[in-house]
Design a protein. Sequence first.
Length: 525
Amino acid sequence: MLKTYIRKYKKNNIWILLLGFLIAALQVFSAIIHTFAINELIKSKVINFLLWNILSLSLWGLLFILNYFKGIFEEKITQKISADIREDLANRISTTTYENFINKNEATFVSWFNNDLQQIEDKGIKQYYVFWDCIFQAGLSAIALISYHYSLILLTLILMGILMKFPVLFEKKMAKSTNEMSKANEVFLSKTQDVVSGYTTFFGYNKVNNIIPLIRNASEYLGKEKVHFIKVSKSAEGFIGIVNIFSQVAVVTYTGILAGLNLVSIGALSTTGSLASAIFNSISLGSSSSMMRKSVDAYFDKFQKFEINTNIKDEPLCLEKSIELKNINYNIGDKSILKNLNLKLEIGKKYAVVGDSGSGKSTLLNILSGRIQNFEGEIIVDGKKISETDIRRLSSITAYTSQNPHLFNDTVLNNITLWDDLKANDAIESLEKLEINSYINQDCMLQENGNNLSGGQKQRIALARSVIETDKLVLLDESTANLDKKTALLLENSFLEDPDSTVIIVTHHLYEENKHKFDQIIYLP
């Protein structure tokens, strides 16, 4: 899967690989220079010895410059690939069903975008470049060895074959350990987010100190999985390292024998040692790199298993006359929530939904907004039946506001328009209509979930989102339940007194002053 993203930037990667090849060639040439330098020193030609070393230093200077630019190019492409993966993940989330989304903890998705992507960068994308650097380094070093004696390359190839066999023994363990660590990261993030979000609850009951052991326990679980991962990876590296060192010593020892037989020069000892080190270090690192790259497949397998709705249609529905519910039944387990519900909602009319807790008021809104799909019955929009695969499209003709809406860490204007620039003018008008501009301006930056606002202020901003959706069926689920009467009436009237709005208000408390403003009050048993 990672290969697909890497191929997208084929031309860029070719340039990066060419730089890697050039750097490897300079490193090998610098090693070869040592042979000439030492041979000149043996001949007591000090000036020539110094000149060869000056050339070597110059090559290393050029090598550092090339490495600098290569590192920058690699990071740019790495970040582009990461952005593509995140975009594809966001696309999977946006095309899944609402029920499938809420079945996972929000922290799970945050972990995907953050922790998992960091692992994919470090152990996948970057290791791709490391792998090719190692191939170039080992290949060019092996070619250089031939120039000293053909038998050196034969010995090297045998040892390389042995070295490359070891990573295969650890691939399955690495993949399993990677998957377990990914799950541990999700659990840790979920737990810490849950505990920190509950700070006010702990404070209210003087239990703040209980945060300490909860975070500690979550951290220890994550730490245990990370230690296990390191055990597996270090075991693999250890075995590869042992064979690596043995191979380097074997090549240097064999070169010494060749020098003793006058088949190679004394100066070759230094160079063949460097080349052998380059070859086997590269094979060792390349083997580990290949193993790590394969381990990130576990992340992509996990992403692919997240179910998406392939039947989603891009075109929105259009509501011009009415939306009708026929014989709607919905159960949770053995409990019936809605039974044979029949309802017709007409454009421009106002509806109140009342009933006891558990009577299905919120469930009704969830069905109308396309959040719940596994119900029995029919939904008819402007005389046309909505198919099962089109239920999600109901969200294009509804605007839903809950009792506890989410506010984003962004400007007031963006929180109202939800980054739809076409709604900006309407949003500015809603600031005055709901008296939001009396306490905050459109460019003010809100804290996470509006923590710098009161409950009533947050609710006004959330309801402004529905105010600007004049062509939609507005669904208010206990949206004014926690507000004082004056504020609640102001917000309700912004919809009830607008002749163009179509609104359904779910409430436990129907104000006497507003009862006459509803076209129908729906009682759910």
